[in-house]
Design a protein around this ligand. Sequence first.
Ligand code: 4AZ
Length: 856
Amino acid sequence: MSQHLLLPLVILAISPIPGAFPDSAFSPTQEEPEDLDCGRPEPSARIMGGSDAQPGSWPWQVSLHQGGGHICGGSLIAPSWVLSAAHCFVTNGTLAPAAEWTVVLGVHSQNGPLDGAHVRAVAAILVPDNYSSVELGADVALLRLASPARLGPAVRPVCLPRASHRFAHGTACRATGWGDIQEEDPLPLPWVLQEVELRLLGEAACQCLYSRPGPFNLTFQLLPGMLCAGYAEGHRDTCQGDSGGPLVCEEGGRWFQAGITSFGFGCGRRNRPGVFTAVAPYEAWIREQVMGSEPGPTFPSQSPQPQSVLSEPTDENCTIALPECGKAPRPGAWPWEAQVMVPGSRPCYGALVSESWVLAPASCFLGRISSDHQPGDLDNWRVLLPSRPRAEHVARLVPHENASWDDASDLALLQLREPVNLGAAPRPVCLPHPDHYFLPGSRCRLAHWGRGEPAPGSSSLLEAELLGTWWCHCLYGRQEATVPPPGEPPQALCPAYQQEEAVAGRCWNYSHRSLLCREEGTWFLAGIRNFPSDCLRPRVFYPLQTHGPWISHVTRGAYLEDQLAWDWGPEGEETETHICPPHTEHGACGLQPEPAPVGVLWPWLAEVHVAGEHVCTGILVAPGWVLAATHCVLRPGSTTVPYIEVYLGRAGASPLPQSHQVSRSVISIRLPRHLGLRPPLALLELSSRVEPSPSALSICLHPGGIPLGSSCWVLGWKDPQDRVPMAASVSILTPRLCHCLYQGILSPGTFCVLYAEGQEDRCEVTSAPPLLCQTEGGSWVLVGMAIRGSRELFAAIGPEETWISQTVGEAHFLPPSGFPLWPPESSDLCPPDMAGASGSPQAAIFLLLLTPLIQG
Ligand code: 4AZ
């Protein structure tokens, strides 16, 4: 089943003690012959405690095998009949052939030769006509054995409830099986039958829990014929592989089968108790199927029950369980912060993930442990936890198997010698399931991780907002890679810091941090980063969610918590597949961030403030370089270099606080060598690099012409005071049209544009706006910069490729694609009346387009 899983059939401390039931409690009814006694395990002395069932406790439990392995559970209800779940046998509406199945009876541990067990072939599988899928109910099946089971101490039938039988809410019952002990975590060898105590939940209480959005925002409608058992807080449950097995409740010394394990959402999750097929409503169906088979199942009448128990309480309270992990009194006061003290080194920071386990980077300890981490070595290790009077001892260290070569798996789990009492502190952090989707814009914090140094500057540096998966993946991932959609683990998590600037130029020598993200007031350990590679701040984190299964497998009880925030925004869930635009040899360029988190739509657009006098646009072409129009930065005839300051990261209409902007001063102006004329393009060298972020990202450049299939825009501002960025849609004219329109006045490599209707006045000429095109792949490309005083003419970037590449080093020239220039034109001649055409360009162009007809 796909909606598998949960929690361990947790080991129960309480085992049934059949011998404790006085014989007088057993009074077979007249229609039930005594030799077919049901629901009573063989009385035996046994030890209490543990999670494995005692051999012989559940003699009706059978294992259903297909292809040589255990698939589902079942229960013996008569020598020739086994009760199980329909979904074990029906795939896509087709019932599996009975011959594929065998029934193993009297088995306890499924490891090795099945001592004392015996096997029966299946003669027929019967499923109700109205069964279609588990969520729609009727998940029940009967198996007729090819020959009767051999009854004995380890093989006995269970009692079935009559249709009138009522099991009281809150009754502690038992589920048994060989299913997974947690989601995606199979029962380990020697595969001993597990039992778990589950309380029956009333219909109202169960429906109330399932009406709250849970894993993947799903809710579920409980139907008649289903029953729920488990706990709002989760932890104890059935799981994949337990299906078809029995849920039994003891009454008057006999065990009645109240339910058949059917399904659930995950295993042991909060507010998601297991769902069972109620057996009592199927009395008639069962009797009908087994009719004529002797001896048949036993349906003892219910011993009288106090009326209070039988009446269905209508006001059953609905107690939603809240997360037990991830609550902090305030950001920064982390009740899970664990300091691992290893003699001879600085403390290593990790996080408490359960009452007995701490997660920390393996690189803190690697080299200190022999391959089998001798316990002697751990004797002097200590763990400091908040609000604990004394340091904890360490019993075991379990490094991740890939820790030594894969930075994304730089993890180790440390088991404390004694579990700690959980409360306000210490309290574990929540861990995400693999399908967790941290929404773009989530509020996050950076916390200590490993041997990181305290962050320089203010604590707001540790605040972050999560960027969209697309942006993060395409900036740091592979070009043309598919972006993982919500629900698939991301390859990277990118937080945007509140103060991009404050650490520029400073170096966090040890940029070891973990990323904590908050959902509905609950903190999750979302990512880790543990290498001091670039000495700037950390900006991309390895997601922890892929490690959830390993952590829960090792710890058997870390707090994996469901996603709590589901507000995907107005567009809802994004299902479209996104592909990252091509990278250049210097990485990603021209990615336009989704507007949501930071609000900057044009991360390459710079304000160039010249000598405190005027401002024009510039374009970030590499981490330390801005391209601008020469006429903007150098006064005609002047030879002195003015003081220039460059600002990046300006949001749309709403000016962002100063802290969002990135500023740099210009330390040199570079011009290409041009014969005679003053070159139109200037490169400004910034005082320091600007690392990629959603507020400052280099644009792509194109070596010639216009990338095929692109749409083009002039980007500037209308008002020189507020400088709100504006983009005006334009078409680029063919060289012939351009030449004819502006005959004689153009230098080669000049673009002319035609504004879309009503867009001409969107940008102020004095802003010296750039001409950008967005390629079909989605990257933004700079193709020209405005020529002095013109709104229509742009100096092409392509011809200056060599100069730009040599000056800048890291310029992002895309490989030539499509037609680098326009297709050849039929004639170089301009129509006679067009030379020096004045008046409206639209009118002139109309004329031009007509000329071939006129000439022809
Ligand atoms: C299963 O896949 C299954 N937690 C059985 C029970 C539950 C979930 C899944 C209930 O067989």
